[in-house]
Design a protein around this ligand. Structure first.
Ligand code: GLU
Length: 382
């Protein structure tokens, strides 16, 4: 790391004011792997309380409901049918939140439980409403303790793992730092359990294919995410303009040391051209429901001239979608180069594709918008 990078890293960490602290099951359950390690929890709580004291707004994304629930019910952690996992989460989540509440209480701080599903985040109103709730908790000086709502989330509507959830929360609470407390002490050049030569990577300027290759598909012992999902979370946070640090969660003072500029963990720099919150939400949270295939002229206008997409540029329509849903934008060669919120239903798009905006009202009998996809609702993929 050059001295300039060191200084930038130090400044980004010490200046961070809105922070997501993600704590994995592997950290919370410590060496025992199944029961919560109260010492670890109170240590993390001590740091978070210190940050809160110094004026930071901190939310905790905590895993552990399934691990705790399976322990309480006396059933194995892995290989359970979904409803059994969900029952375990229901049992475990209560235990999890009461431990966080008890530990924060010692510092005079209240906690608020926030359980989210991917569906909540994909609905713009619910997303904004959740943001207001979190801000309101901060106004009361309370610490949001966030987890996936595992008891209702089935596969299609799941975040999948809490690394992904924590990256979504970074946008939700408009954070400038995501701290991932893990059972590893950072990203390594190879799996340190298999390769003695593996060295820790101190910082990542940009998450590219090379970094994903290094992260591999290693998984952790207890949680669902592995290094790849942490790196994906870091990429997502960086596109929002937030830094990410992966830290050894169980190590005494790791969060505090990092925040004070100490040289630990792996640091990911924020992107130098961040997206605004809405565009970030479109790119990372929304699943596309179909696609608009545009002609060469429209592709050029979107990519180089900052234009909105008009019906005249649409050559064909793929999939069934409602107005307001996310669809991909493909060039004449079929390659996806954008994604955005479409203003018309797929049936309407079939009727108006290739037409001038002035003809839309005649064709449909009404016109909602001139643009079929507005510039502000569109992300061009890079
Ligand atoms: N939401 C899950 C739980 O609390 C954890 C998911 C994960 O390990 O990433 O048990």
């Amino acid at each position: 790391m050059t001295s300039d990078q060191k200084e930038r890293r130090r400044r980004l960490l010490t200046d961070a004011r809105r922070i997501v602290v993600k704590v994995g099951s592997g950290v919370l359950t410590g060496e025992k792997y199944e029961d919560l390690d109260e010492n670890v929890v109170s240590r993390i709580v001590g740091h978070v309380a210190g940050l809160t004291e110094s004026g930071c707004k901190v939310a905790v994304v905590s895993s552990g409901s399934v691990s705790l629930g399976t322990k309480a019910l006396g059933i194995p952690r892995r290989g359970l049918p979904i409803p059994v996992q969900q029952a375990a989460a229901a049992v475990g989540q209560g235990r999890l939140i009461s431990l966080w509440a008890k530990c924060f209480e010692i510092h005079g701080l209240k906690v608020g439980q926030v359980l989210l599903t991917h569906d909540d985040m994909a609905n713009r109103r619910r997303f904004l409403n959740s943001r207001n709730t979190i801000n309101s908790l901060f106004d009361f000086g309370a610490i949001p303790i966030i987890n996936e709502n595992d008891t209702v989330a089935v596969h299609e509507i799941k975040f999948g793992d809490n690394d992904t959830l924590s990256a979504r929360v970074t946008n939700l609470m408009e954070a400038d730092l995501l701290a991932i407390l893990s059972d590893v002490d950072g990203l390594y050049s190879a799996d340190p359990r298999l390769d003695k030569e593996a060295t820790k990577i101190e910082f990542v300027e940009e998450v590219d294919e090379g970094i994903f290759a290094v992260a591999g598909d290693s998984s952790s012992r207890t949680g669902l995410g592995g290094m790849a999902s942490k790196v994906r979370a870091a990429k997502e946070a960086s596109r929002f303009g937030a830094s990410t640090i992966i830290l050894p969660g169980a190590r005494e003072n790791s969060l505090k040391d990092a925040m004070e500029g100490g040289d630990i963990g792996t640091f990911f720099f924020p992107h130098d051209d961040p997206m605004n919150s809405k565009k970030h939400w479109i790119e990372f949270t929304l699943k596309p429901r179909g696609a608009l295939v545009v002609d060469g002229g429209a592709r050029q206008a979107l990519l180089t001239m900052g234009k909105s997409l008009l019906a005249s540029g649409v050559a064909s329509v793929e999939g069934d979608f409602e107005s307001g849903e996310a669809v991909e934008v493909k060039g004449p060669d079929g390659a996806v180069f954008g994604k955005g919120l479409v203003n018309y239903h797929s049936h309407e798009m079939e009727k108006i594709k290739g037409c001038r905006s002035s003809e839309i009202e005649n064709i449909l009998g009404y016109k909602f918008y001139d643009e079929v996809m507005h510039r502000d609702d569109m992300v061009l993929l890079k």
